[in-house]
Design a binder for this molecule. Sequence first.
Ligand SMILES: NC(=O)c1ccc[n+]([C@@H]2O[C@H](COP(=O)([O-])OP(=O)(O)OC[C@H]3O[C@@H](n4cnc5c(N)ncnc54)[C@H](O)[C@@H]3O)[C@@H](O)[C@H]2O)c1
Length: 257
Amino acid sequence: MTSEHSGRVVVVTGAAGGIGGRYVASLTAAGALVVAADVAPLAERGTELAEKATAAGPGRAVFVTADITSDDDWAATVDTARREFGRIDALVNNAAIYQGLGGKRHLTALANDEWDRVLTVNVRGTWQAIKAVTPLMRESGGGRIVNISSTVARMGAPGFAHYVASKAAVDGLTRAAARELGPDAITVNAVAPGLVSDEASRTLNTDDYIAMAARGRALGREMAPDDLVGAVLWLAGPSSGFVTGQTVVVDGGGVFT
Ligand SMILES: NC(=O)c1ccc[n+]([C@@H]2O[C@H](COP(=O)([O-])OP(=O)(O)OC[C@H]3O[C@@H](n4cnc5c(N)ncnc54)[C@H](O)[C@@H]3O)[C@@H](O)[C@H]2O)c1
């Protein structure tokens, strides 16, 4: 069976994480050719995941070690995409410091270097990714960029002000990039997930907090990584071609602004 993703080349960052891994598996299952990128300490996990996705087919995934804040790593990632698959049709800008926050703390307890690290990875790294893939997307006449934001940017959830600020910046970057890359037929959108019941969220939140978030949703249940797949694949695929500069909230009806 063919899908609109068959044969399309998609770069996914943070690919060895809980949610990134679902994007890789879903895109490969839809026939895409995926460059799955994550940091060196997760290379074994990322390689296994890419091999498993390739074995399941019909698409193919290759893992690359890349820190999204390194222009050199980006050059190598883009080279891999060009060498293996010839082009880049879409980028899923999923990597971020989230589980790596380690815990929640009042904003007065955050150190300047922690603030800088989160903003550098989550915002500068997202921009570096966009910069890196743009030339190859231009060469093939356009592309799709999907940034991953968060509903915390709207809610101002307490306990990680640097992370909240970083995701609000991702929303702004999405709009600026949509305007600047529109003339190149590159669309830029964001998906803002609500609280996902994954390993990362469980390290940062109590079970009670996760249950409370579920009760606050119109759909009244916990959210799984799979709940994000439809929106991300749509924005990464051909059929979303006239949608750009938007942040699509996927949270079961928790926030409506
Ligand atoms: N889990 C949630 O509830 C939730 C909610 C809203 C938004 N999000 C966002 O969804 C995305 C995935 O979340 P997750 O739960 O899988 O988080 P996670 O922390 O488990 O995964 C993040 C991934 O990004 C990678 N990463 C971190 N720094 C990197 C760097 N410098 N270079 C390359 N890769 C790097 C990590 O290695 C990891 O694989 C993130 O952007 C997160 O902010 C998550």
